[in-house]
Ligand binder design. Structure first.
Ligand code: FEO
Length: 392
């Protein structure tokens, strides 16, 4: 794909990765992704904002063929999907200076062995004149590493936000035209890499509220011509109350846990509690992460194997603990053969979750009528707790 003009002297120079299906060897990318680099030609200086994933370096270099001079290269974030092609850009434009936060400088040296003399570091709020255009650098830590910043182009009121507000979508459309279709991928992206840092991101949002932003140009996904859409969505995900929802990741070996899950889900639905159920044998963990953004309760379903939880259930607990959702309640259901420490092990894996643990229901062998009754009681307890908090 060729470079695309956004406004006079401002271009998208990105690459669309239609085929990528996994990020960080962890995160599923059902819709592919893009790495958005941007070029701004001021009356005196030319600047490239971020590069692209090294797998797409050839595309960026090809787009730069007609660009004779780059004075500055801005690195908002040191992760290699944006920084990985910087060494090649510096090779092509040896006089270009690399602008970053001081923290990003250290990381870029560690990760890419970029020489010290290539850098100019900027402070929070510092500006850079390109002649008729002015860039303002705004520190926005933890979107999604600690060194991150964004750039506000004052005259054109464009915010270049790198990972912040991004979404993993491969598309030939430069701009968001259907907000409904972007909401899900953007929420999934927030869940996967932003959610653990939401308290800091809340402060970043407050900081950005001081700026008159006409469009947001992130480094993954499409440009937002109506920034309020994604800013409001972030506010909701960060500040909104949890929902009247139980997220139920489970795994079953011989159907006993599955029978418990089926009964329990019906019992919750009968009590008007929404359920998002994930069979961990086959689930897309990005969808599980997305469900954790606003669910009030997590219930993990697991059999006992080798005296503890099934490793898939342990994985779900580890993931939830790492993502630190705003969940209020947690419980465990499942079946065991002769004993073990399933509950203790799982409960010990979620120290980051500030949750009230509701008594787990573990049954020996296949569930009995008494076990189903206990599951009804657990469903009723959860429904009652949600009701007391007036969750919708
Ligand atoms: Fe798109 Fe954190 O890199």
């Amino acid at each position: 794909m060729k470079a695309k003009k956004i406004k006079d002297h401002i271009y998208w120079m990105g690459s669309v990765d239609w085929d990528r299906r996994l990020f960080d060897a962890l995160i599923p990318l059902p819709d592919g992704t893009s790495y958005n680099s941007y070029l701004i030609e001021g009356s005196e200086k030319t600047v490239l904002l971020d590069s692209v994933d090294p797998s797409m370096a050839g595309e960026l270099l090809s787009k730069l063929k007609g660009v004779s001079r780059i004075d500055y290269l801005i690195s908002h974030h040191a992760e290699q999907d944006h920084s990985g092609t910087i060494p090649l850009i510096l090779e092509k434009y040896p006089d270009a200076k690399l602008i970053s936060t001081p923290k990003a400088k250290g990381m870029l040296i560690d990760l890419l062995r970029i020489p010290d003399e290539s850098f100019i570091t900027v402070e929070d709020g510092e500006t850079l004149s390109l002649g008729d255009k002015t860039l303002k650098f705004i520190y926005t830590p933890w979107v999604h590493w600690p060194e991150t910043m964004v750039t506000y182009l004052e005259e054109d009121r464009i915010l270049f936000s790198c990972d912040f507000f991004g979404s993993h979508i491969a598309t030939s459309d430069l701009y968001v035209t259907d907000e409904g279709s972007v909401y899900g991928p953007a929420k999934r992206y927030f869940a996967e890499i932003m959610m653990p840092f939401r308290n800091v991101i809340e402060k970043n949002l407050e900081k950005l509220a001081l700026y008159d932003i006409e469009m947001i140009a992130p480094s993954h996904g499409q440009i937002y011509p109506r920034p309020a859409f994604i800013i409001d969505a972030y506010r909701e995900w960060i500040l909104g109350p949890p929902k009247n929802t139980v997220v139920l990741p489970y795994v079953s070996m011989h159907e006993s846990t599955k029978r418990m899950v089926d009964h329990f889900v019906s019992a919750l639905v009968e009590r008007s509690v929404r359920v998002e159920q994930f069979n961990l044998e086959v689930t897309d963990i990005g969808k599980l992460a997305m469900a954790l953004v606003d669910a009030a309760t997590i219930v993990i379903g697991t059999p006992t194997i080798l005296a503890g939880p099934h490793p898939y259930a342990a994985y779900a607990a580890f993931l939830a603990n790492a993502l630190r959702p705003k969940t209020k309640f947690l419980s465990i259901i499942g079946s065991y053969g002769w004993g073990g420490k399933t509950v203790e092990t799982l409960a010990g894996m979620v120290p980051n979750l500030k949750v009230e643990v509701i008594d787990p229901i573990l049954c020996k062998g296949v569930p009995s009528e008494d076990d189903f009754k206990a599951l009804d009681e657990l469903a009723a307890a959860i429904a009652e707790k949600h009701k007391k908090l007036h969750l919708n």
